[in-house]
Ligand binder design. Sequence first.
Ligand SMILES: Cc1cc2nc3c(=O)[nH]c(=O)nc-3n(C[C@H](O)[C@H](O)[C@H](O)COP(=O)(O)OP(=O)(O)OC[C@H]3O[C@@H](n4cnc5c(N)ncnc54)[C@H](O)[C@@H]3O)c2cc1C
Length: 473
Amino acid sequence: MSTSSTDVIVIGAGLAGLACANKVAEAGLRVTVLEQSSDEAYLCNSRYTGGLFHIAMDDMAGEPDWVRANLERTTRGTTDPALAEALTQNARRTLRWLSSLGVRFIKAGPDGLRRNALSPPGVRQTGLNWRGRSGDVMLRTLGDRLRERGGELRRGVTAQSLQMEGGRCTGVLARTASGDAVSLQARAVLIADGGFQANPELVGRYICRRPERLLQRNAGSGQGAGLRMAEAAGALLVGMDRFYGHLQHRRAMTEQDLWPYPVVDSLATAALVVDASARRFCDEGLGGVYVTNAVAQLDDPLSAVIVFDDAIWNGPGRDWLLPANPYLLSAGGHLVSADTLPELATRLNLDPAALQDTVARYNRLADGEAGAQADQPPRSTAPYKAWPVRQGPFHAVEICAGITYTMGGIATDAAGRVLDTQRQPIDGLFAAGACTGGLEGGGEAAGYSGGLSKSSVFGMLAGEAIAQRLKAA
Ligand SMILES: Cc1cc2nc3c(=O)[nH]c(=O)nc-3n(C[C@H](O)[C@H](O)[C@H](O)COP(=O)(O)OP(=O)(O)OC[C@H]3O[C@@H](n4cnc5c(N)ncnc54)[C@H](O)[C@@H]3O)c2cc1C
């Protein structure tokens, strides 16, 4: 086994890992980033990203108290207050710092969600289009800056376990692509491996019964290695049952052109979603990320269908980035349509009477009729208005739940220090980005904070905390 030592080891060369490593290198410390993939353009969620830096789907660079209130509303008061404070207070500074490293941002649309988008923008075509855009350019830029500052990015090295001595993390045991074992000693280790979404065993344990029936709407690199290592070192895991993701056409399970865009959330949140018994099973008004989680938890996640009419198709169906109308059709997806609800049900292999009854009950909810909530899931009307489904032709989209990244994970404090089950920091061990929990995912709403904001802000803060600690020692 070869052995080496450095100041800091970072596990994973996504946005969180490279943000931390750049901060550490800026402080004049030695840092080595381990990346499991050998490819120069190693795949990870930061490379696939749509590139919209936001917090809770709105302007990340807004006034911090306003951003915080928006985050708390979205996560329904379940976000860890210290993490929420750190995220919102450091959001603008993080964007400025990334810009100073050469990461380019543009305004990609009129709303807060698109105010800080990576350039060249990512969400421009259906299907996967990352080469030379958005996250691809960002990772190359951050990698270049790291090397210029003397940092090292070692591709083809997979971290396997942490080295622990007397409760302190002292390094990493890893394996190279050619199978050689490597022992790397360090004064601090950061885990930034991107979550456990691509590990069916862990997704099956924590999130849903049928992980193989979810769409892997991600790069496949988040296998939960960091989670396992941290847990073995005594870390607390938090908020494990929710994920960030979107509703997609069911054929995206097999057809590359139909994911990660277009997503069909705006149809679901305007209308109703039914399962194989033609019954509603969740509150569609809580938003697309919530509905995606609810679909994943069905006995069969590949049984859900959105039911709507022409008014919805031509109204909310045209909303959001690369909307279903018209991009679903141009990307090769299709609607199931019929003049009447019983005919639509027959085409979908659903019970016609049950579908007709479900839509009638839903319409009473949409009309705000007193007592309509009885015997069916509730329907929030804000932020997503319930449109009645009344006028044929009627349409349906057969959907699947696309998992992008897991929202829960390793518990940390605001400086990225990994917490043990007594909520005490584990000496020398840090974590940042999509492998961490506590900020988002809590509560019924599965509130989404934002992947890029979480990974960049906490990667940067962990790098600062590590540098401060090592320099003081
Ligand atoms: C299609 C798509 C669109 C998205 N759009 C947006 C968006 O517009 N806005 C937004 O905020 N978020 C978006 N996200 C989410 C966001 O991109 C991610 O949450 C974020 O980039 C994650 O960064 P990370 O560094 O935590 O993880 P990652 O980028 O996944 O990086 C983790 C790295 O760790 C490596 N690794 C894993 N295990 C090991 C190991 N054992 N040893 C060594 N290396 C290892 C992996 O190979 C990977 O390179 C999107 C994601 C996807 C997939």
